[in-house]
Design a protein around this ligand. Structure first.
Ligand code: SF4
Length: 399
C-alpha cells in the first residue's frame, strides 16, 4: 500500500498530470525553482544549528558561513529563477537575511527540549485504516509544560492568514503522526517560522478538526487511486514545473524555443496556428461589422413597422426593392427558471400533455452520465443508446 505525504497529495490537487509523472511514472528531474533551493539551504542551516546546540551555541558568523558553503556546494545549472529581473545572488542574500533574523529572535535556542530534527515519520491515518501517510518534521520539541511542538520553517514570500494555518493540512497531519507514534503527546502545538517576515505563527487542532482532516485525506487518496485520466491543469505553478517537455499544454512551446529563430516559420504547427490566427482575426473583424449592421437593420425594422402601422400598409416600396411588413400573434412562454414557468409545467403535467411539448435535454443527460450521477440499472438500460465520442475545441489566445 502506497504512503502519501501532504506535498504529494497537494501535487495531485494542483495538477494530476504532474503527479502522475512524478509518483506513478517515477520520472525524476534535476530542475528546481530557486525558491525551493533557498528553502532547502535554510532548512539545512537550521538543522545544523540545532544539532550543534546539543554541544554549543554556533556563532552567527559560523552559521552564515555554513549556509554559504552549502549554497555553493549544492548550486547547479538546473536551478531556475522564474523572475527574470532577479539573480541567484538576490536569493542567496535573502536567505542570509532570513538566518540573521531567525538567529537574533531565537538566540540562545533553548526554547524546549529538541526531540528530533528533520524527522521522517510514517504512520496510518487512523487505527486499523488502509490509508498510510508519511512526512518530515523540521523540528520536534517538548516544551517545559510537557506539550509536544511541531516546528516548521517556511521561506515563501507570501504570509498566510491565521485562518489558513488553522486549516493547514501539513502540520495537522503531522499532529496525527506525532500522537500515533508518541502516545504520551497528549497536547500538541503547531508552530510555523515565517522566515521572510521574522514571524512565528501558531495553531492547535481539536480532535473534531483532526477527524475532519482524516476524512478529507482519505477521500483525496480514494480519488487518486481511482484516477484514470491524470489531465494537466494549467496554473501559475506551471512556471515552476520541470515537466514542460512531457506536458501536452507545453511541449510544443518547448520544441519551438529550441528552434533557431529563422526556422520557426517552417515548423508545421506554427504554420497552422499562424494561418488559423489570421482567419480568426478576419472573422472577428467581420463579426464586429455584422453587429453594427444588425443594429442599423433593427432600427430600420422598427421604423418600417411604425410606418406600416401608421399608413395601414403591408408592403412599402423603395427605389429598387420592397419591404413586406407582416404582423402575427405568437404565444410567449414565461422564462426558464421563473415561478410562472414552473406553474405552467405543472399544469401541462396535470393535464397529461407534457410529453407533447417536452424534449430530451441532451446536455443535461451528458452531464448526469459524465458526473457519475446515474449508475447501476439505469445506466445499464440506457447505455446502448449513448456512446462516448472525443470532441475537440480549438481556442486561440494571442500573445
Ligand atoms: S506544465 Fe503545468 S499543466 Fe503541465 S504538467 Fe506541469 S504543472 Fe501540469
Amino acid at each position: 500500500m502506497a504512503e502519501y505525504s501532504i506535498s504529494q497529495l497537494g501535487k495531485f490537487e494542483n495538477c494530476p498530470l504532474q503527479y502522475r509523472l512524478i509518483y506513478v511514472d517515477g520520472i525524476k528531474r534535476e530542475e528546481e525553482g530557486v525558491e525551493a533551493f533557498l528553502g532547502q539551504r535554510f532548512h539545512e542551516a537550521m538543522e545544523w544549528l540545532y544539532r550543534e546546540r546539543a554541544f554549543r551555541i554556533v556563532p552567527l558568523e559560523e552559521l552564515l558561513a555554513y549556509y554559504e558553503k552549502r549554497w555553493a556546494e549544492k548550486w547547479h545549472d538546473e536551478v531556475k529563477i522564474a523572475k527574470k529581473e532577479r539573480t541567484a545572488d538576490d536569493y542567496r542574500l535573502m536567505g542570509r537575511r532570513f538566518i540573521e533574523d531567525y538567529y537574533k529572535r531565537h538566540h540562545p535556542f533553548d526554547e524546549g527540549r529538541v526531540l528530533a530534527l528533520e524527522k521522517y515519520i510514517r504512520f496510518p491515518l487512523a487505527e486499523g485504516t488502509r490509508y498510510k501517510c508519511k512526512g518530515i518534521i523540521d523540528r520536534l520539541v517538548q516544551a517545559s509544560d510537557g506539550a509536544f511542538e511541531v516546528h516548521d520553517y517556511k521561506t515563501g514570500a507570501s504570509l498566510p492568514e491565521q485562518a489558513d494555518l488553522d486549516k493547514d493540512r501539513q502540520l495537522g497531519l503531522y499532529q496525527i503522526g506525532v500522537q500515533t507514534l508518541w502516545p504520551e503527546a497528549k497536547e500538541v502545538r503547531l508552530i510555523w517560522h515565517m522566515a521572510a517576515f521574522d514571524l512565528e505563527m501558531r495553531s492547535r487542532r481539536t480532535s473534531e478538526a483532526l477527524e475532519g482532516l482524516r476524512k478529507d485525506i482519505a477521500g483525496l487518496i480514494d480519488r487518486i487511486e481511482a484516477e484514470q485520466e491524470f489531465a494537466p491543469n494549467e496554473s501559475t505553478l506551471c512556471n515552476w514545473c520541470p515537466y514542460w517537455d512531457l506536458c501536452p499544454l507545453k511541449k510544443h512551446l518547448v520544441k519551438l524555443e529550441a528552434l533557431p529563430e529563422n526556422r520557426w516559420k517552417d515548423e508545421p504547427g506554427v504554420a497552422i496556428v499562424d494561418a488559423y490566427a489570421e482567419q480568426w482575426r478576419k472573422k472577428r473583424a467581420l463579426e464586429t461589422e455584422v453587429k453594427a449592421v444588425e443594429v442599423e437593420l433593427g432600427e430600420l425594422k422598427d421604423a418600417a413597422i411604425a410606418f406600416a402601422e401608421k399608413e395601414g400598409v403591408q408592403v412599402i416600396g423603395g427605389t429598387d426593392a420592397r419591404l413586406r411588413v407582416t404582423g402575427k400573434e405568437r404565444i410567449v412562454s414565461p422564462a426558464k427558471g421563473s415561478d410562472e414557468r414552473e406553474a405552467l409545467e405543472r399544469e401541462l403535467r396535470l393535464a397529461g400533455v407534457w410529453d407533447e411539448v417536452a424534449t430530451l435535454d441532451t446536455s443535461a443527460l451528458e452531464k448526469a452520465v459524465t458526473e457519475g450521477r446515474w449508475t447501476g440499472d439505469l445506466l445499464e438500460r440506457i447505455k446502448d443508446y449513448i456512446r462516448a465520442e472525443r470532441r475537440y475545441t480549438v481556442s486561440l489566445s494571442e500573445n
